[in-house]
Ligand binder design. Structure first.
Ligand code: SAH
Length: 283
């Protein structure tokens, strides 16, 4: 396997530090150059129709780039599940990254408040690790939901009969994530109430909708928080980065007798799961 080196200009990551693939950092676009659009479009400068055509062109080209990102992750063996490919294709990443960021690059991006949106390969890896616990009707908890991207993916997988719950301790990120989701294909699930994002300390989980079939933690904990183990259903699975400087992505399975089995999936680098105060001071 080819080793890939990333350069990240900020201190917080959410990447696999042992690369699982050799994706180049910038994904190419397969959409036509914009300049050609103007010259080849006979309705150029015909009032509102131009606006609607532009809007459709932009969103179609965004979705094409999102699809190209999925295809690349498949080609490099990161995405092997067709269900996960379908969900990542449906939830356009561009709706969740800050303006000006390159949404389809395979790297984490700063989202403010000393937090990041995880890299696409990490989102894909976590979705695949949790796939069997994200079947329609199941309950999923996303701790440190940040932009809301992964919570939206969970909601699409568990569907309207299931429950996808995000917990984030920066209230401003909670508001932004709700706005992001409202623009996405998961908007109806948010409206129905099967998808919800809450402000709170995710180390306590979210007991209201427990027990959970799937728990994802998007920030590195010094150790696995007991409330999260307690809120995992027998047969449930939690994916959580654990550690400080050196971190491992742990897969925690709760057995039917309530005991837990823990294994290490890979080495990773995430922002810490901490208090709001220490995050805002820079940890
Ligand atoms: N998975 C998200 C965000 C990852 S960054 C995404 O990809 O968009 C980690 C997130 O965890 C940040 O938004 C940070 O604010 C949040 N976080 C850190 N400690 C937390 C805690 N104790 N409770 C809730 N959220 C926390």
């Amino acid at each position: 396997m080819k080793v890939q080196y990333h350069y990240y200009p900020f201190p917080a990551f959410a990447i696999a530090t042992k690369p699982t693939h050799s994706l180049p950092i910038t994904l190419s676009s397969h959409s036509p150059p914009r300049s050609l659009f103007f010259f080849h479009n006979p309705n150029f400068l015909t009032g509102n129709s131009l606006f609607f055509r532009m809007q459709r062109f932009c969103s179609v080209s965004g979705m094409n780039k999102n699809k190209a990102m999925v295809e690349r992750l498949q080609r490099f063996g990161v995405i092997t599940s067709s269900k996960v490919a379908e969900v990542i294709e449906t939830v356009d990443r561009a709706l969740f990254v800050p303006d000006g960021a390159a949404p389809y690059d395979d790297s984490p991006m700063a989202i403010g408040y000393n937090a990041t949106i995880s890299a696409p390969h990490m989102h894909a890896m976590c979705l695949q690790l949790l796939e069997e616990n994200l079947k329609p009707g199941m309950h999923a908890l996303d701790v440190g939901s940040g932009t809301g991207y992964l919570t939206a993916c969970f909601a699409m997988m568990v569907g309207p009969q299931g429950r996808a719950v995000g917990v984030e301790h920066i209230p401003e990120l909670v508001s932004v994530s709700i706005e992001n989701i409202q623009k996405s294909d998961a908007a109806t699930l948010l409206k129905d109430g099967s998808l919800s994002i809450h402000a709170g300390d995710g180390r306590q989980g979210w007991p209201e909708f427990a027990p959970y079939d799937a728990i994802h933690v998007g920030a590195a904990a010094p150790e696995i928080p007991q409330p999260l183990i307690d809120q995992l259903k027998p047969g449930g699975r939690m994916v959580i980065p654990v550690g400080n400087v050196f971190q491992d992505l742990k897969v925690v399975d709760k057995n039917s007798d309530g005991s837990v089995s823990v294994r290490t999936e890979t080495s990773v680098r995430y922002v810490p799961l901490t208090s709001r105060e220490s995050q805002l001071r820079g940890y």
